[in-house]
Design a protein around this ligand. Structure first.
Ligand code: SF4
Length: 425
């Protein structure tokens, strides 16, 4: 396959290809050649962005020289959940470049009337694909369910705010009575992530979601969770959502809710998405009946973790202990791992990730495209970081070689998957 053509923008809403130039990719600060074996067609549900204040960069087909296209802006793609990217879009900054919104920026090119991206379809589950939803049906179901539970603030929040305003796939799936349902419980957090999606202290970039402004009661949680667990296909409920802070700060509330839910139904999976900062709380929740935990991190290296998360009163070591607690308790554990090409696949990070997996024996790695302006992350977190990249795909293969039992994916697993993975591991 030939390398696709470079895509550029005039900044006026038009995106087009330049026939003399082939696309390039970005790995940390470096512009690099695309490996055509890593290209797939742009998945349905993707979006193309032009990158303001960033000049397009490509390679001339004949001279093979890297070229900055002075009069056109760079273009990148946002690819949907379940696809992991290998390279970001290439660009050169100008002094006027504004900070980019909290999305991921995958390289994209054009060949024979099709768009291509360096990425892989890592999770075959359709539960968060844009193509799995019909907006009218979602709206009808949201109104119906809210009418059935008129006094439940949590259901109203996940309906009007999450499903309709934010377009959260888990919230939509709750109202469609299938798969994974969200339960937000926390309005505060004990971390200060650079790219937090629910709170941004400065106006330089807006957070796509706002934090929950009330704490639900046990009754409100149970009223949402039990019917879903009892009736939904592949049912799972998840504490810890994009519209809240850190759910472990509401550990006592979650513990009571889990006990009450399990009095009423044994069906489905009880899961938490967390920063893993409080291993003692995690252990109490496992004792109460929590089945599964997902700990998010930008890095397996303490220093990069601390620079990005800026934790209050906890350390990287605590998240390791939380993951280890899952194994000790016989529960399911996964890492939500933010993929930033050039840093995630660097030699130092690869070694650290292998050590982390070895120590915690997690079942699953969710390879998530990092939603952040690349320049922001490089300047504020990785400012003095140097380590050669080996390639995201090579890193994945290395992990498969060392830990064949570790599953790869993008999304939380439902009940059937968890039973299968745990018995295999
Ligand atoms: S842990 Fe989550 S809620 Fe807390 S600051 Fe980080 S991204 Fe935001």
């Amino acid at each position: 396959m030939k390398t696709p053509r470079l895509l550029v923008s005039d900044g006026q809403g038009n995106i087009f290809d330049l026939p003399n130039y082939r696309m390039a990719g970005r790995s940390a600060r470096n512009t690099i050649e695309i490996d055509t074996n890593e290209l797939i067609e742009l998945p349905e549900g993707s979006q193309l962005f032009y990158l303001p204040g960033r000049k397009a960069v490509g390679y001339h087909y004949k001279t093979r020289r890297k070229t900055v296209i002075d009069d056109h802006f760079a273009v990148a793609a946002y690819i949907p959940p379940s696809y992991t990217h290998f390279l970001m879009g290439a660009y050169e900054m100008t002094p006027e470049a504004p900070r980019l919104p909290l999305h991921s920026y995958t390289a994209v090119g054009w060949l024979n009337d099709k768009f291509y991206v360096p990425a892989m379809h890592i999770d075959k589950d359709v539960k968060q694909l844009p193509t799995s939803f019909d907006a009218d049906t979602v709206e009808t179901k949201v109104n119906e369910v809210i009418r059935s539970f008129p006094n439940n603030r949590l259901i109203a929040h996940h309906g009007r705010v999450c499903a309709i305003e934010y377009g959260c796939p888990n919230a939509k799936n709750f109202f469609l009575n299938r798969w994974e349902a969200p339960i937000a419980v926390a309005s505060a957090c004990n971390a200060n992530c650079v790219g937090c999606i629910s709170f941004q202290p400065k106006a330089s970039v807006s957070s796509p979601q706002q934090r929950l402004d009330f704490i639900p009661t046990v009754e409100e949680i149970v009223e949402l969770a039990v019917p879903h667990l009892e009736t939904a296909e592949r049912a799972i409920i998840s504490f810890g959502q994009g519209c809240e802070g850190e759910p472990l700060l509401q550990g006592a509330l979650i513990e009571k809710a889990i006990c009450e839910i399990r009095k009423q139904t044994a069906r489905g999976i009880l899961h938490i998405n967390t920063n893993g900062s409080k291993p003692d709380v995690i252990e109490r929740l496992f004792d109460a009946g929590l089945d599964s935990i997902r700990v998010s991190t930008n890095s397996a290296q303490e220093e990069l973790y601390h620079r990005y998360y800026k934790p209050n009163n906890y350390r990287f070591e605590d998240i390791v202990t939380s993951l280890m607690a899952a194994r000790t308790s016989g529960k399911f554990a996964s890492i939500n791992y933010f993929v930033f090409p050039g840093i995630t696949d660097s030699e130092k990070e690869s070694d650290a990730l292998l050590n982390l997996i070895d120590k915690t024996q997690v079942h699953l790695i969710q390879w998530r495209n990092f939603n952040i302006d690349p320049e922001w992350y490089l300047n504020d977190v990785c400012y003095d970081y140097h380590s050669n990249p080996i390639g995201v795909r090579v890193l994945m293969n290395k992990i498969r070689d060392h830990f064949p039992h570790v599953q790869f994916g993008y999304l939380n697993k439902c009940s059937d998957d968890i039973e299968r993975i745990v018995s295999y591991a």
